[in-house]
Design a protein around this ligand. Structure first.
Ligand SMILES: *C/C=C(C)/C=C/C=C(C)/C=C/C1=C(C)CCCC1(C)C
Length: 242
């Protein structure tokens, strides 16, 4: 059965979306091997960062295989998608903390980011899955989720974490700047996907891009940028500092 679904997913011309799941699973697996093996080539203080990068892409690889099969069988991928995120996004917050720890970021900074990102994902899940039985519209859930997202971006870019990075200067400040761009541009890919996939937003996405966007493909692009792309940035920082 799984094998048939796999073959089904390979019908590239008919199912471009399915192909991005297949490609995503492979890319996440390859990235995990790369991050895990690279742990030997950096100073001890960077090993945890690479370990966390590898865990993020590994968890995603497993979920991509499930989503690939679910998509091929015409089943909903939302639960897999959000279980993946609820595990990997807090790990990304741990990653942010590890990078800024040298500048004096504390565990409480980390827990604040984890709390806000959990709120962002739980509200997004209700808007996308309809598990609230339509109590609130996807637009309202999306706005609540967006508020949590903006708080995170503010806190890192302009709030207390910026002050720490500025005081530290040098490579830490450069790493902080890059982290800000991932949060502001990389993470912003997801609300665009959400607007493309939930009722009440089509007008907005048409207006922005003049075409009908595909939620799954946008999410898959977002994951590649933020899980693999950010992991590679952490890798190059670790190599530079070792
Ligand atoms: C590896 C997975 C990552 C980095 C996932 C990040 C997800 C988001 C930043 C999602 C954000 C959303 C909004 C800001 C509003 C609409 C609902 C969401 C959950 C798609």
């Amino acid at each position: 059965m799984n094998y048939l679904i796999f073959i089904e997913t390979m019908k590239v011309p008919e199912d471009g979306t399915g192909f991005t799941f297949w490609l995503g699973a492979m890319a996440m697996m390859a990235a995990s091997v790369f991050f895990f093996l690279s742990m030997n080539n950096v100073d001890a203080k960077w090993r945890t960062s690479l370990l966390v990068s590898g865990l993020i892409t590994f968890i995603a690889a497993v979920h991509y295989m499930y989503m690939r099969d679910a998509h091929a069988a015409n089943l909903n991928t939302t639960v897999f998608r959000y279980v993946d995120w609820i595990l990997t996004v807090p790990l990304m917050c741990v990653e942010f903390y590890l990078i800024l720890k040298v500048a004096g970021a504390t565990k409480s900074d980390m827990w604040k980011l984890i709390g806000a990102s959990t709120l962002m994902l739980v509200t997004g899940f209700f808007g996308e899955s309809g598990w609230d039985n339509g109590a609130l519209s996807p637009a309202v859930w999306g706005a609540l989720s967006g508020a949590a997202y903006f708080w995170i971006a503010y806190e890192v870019w302009l709030g207390s974490l910026r002050k720490l990075a500025e005081a530290a200067g040098g490579n830490v400040l450069a790493a902080h700047k890059m982290l800000c761009w991932f949060l502001l541009v990389g993470w912003a890919i997801y609300p665009v996907g959400y607007m493309a996939g939930t009722d009440g937003w089509y007008g907005a996405t048409d207006l922005l891009f003049g075409m009908k966007l595909n939620m799954e493909v946008i999410y898959n692009i977002g994951d590649a940028v933020n899980k693999i792309g950010f992991g590679l940035v952490v890798y190059s920082l670790a190599v530079k500092e070792s």
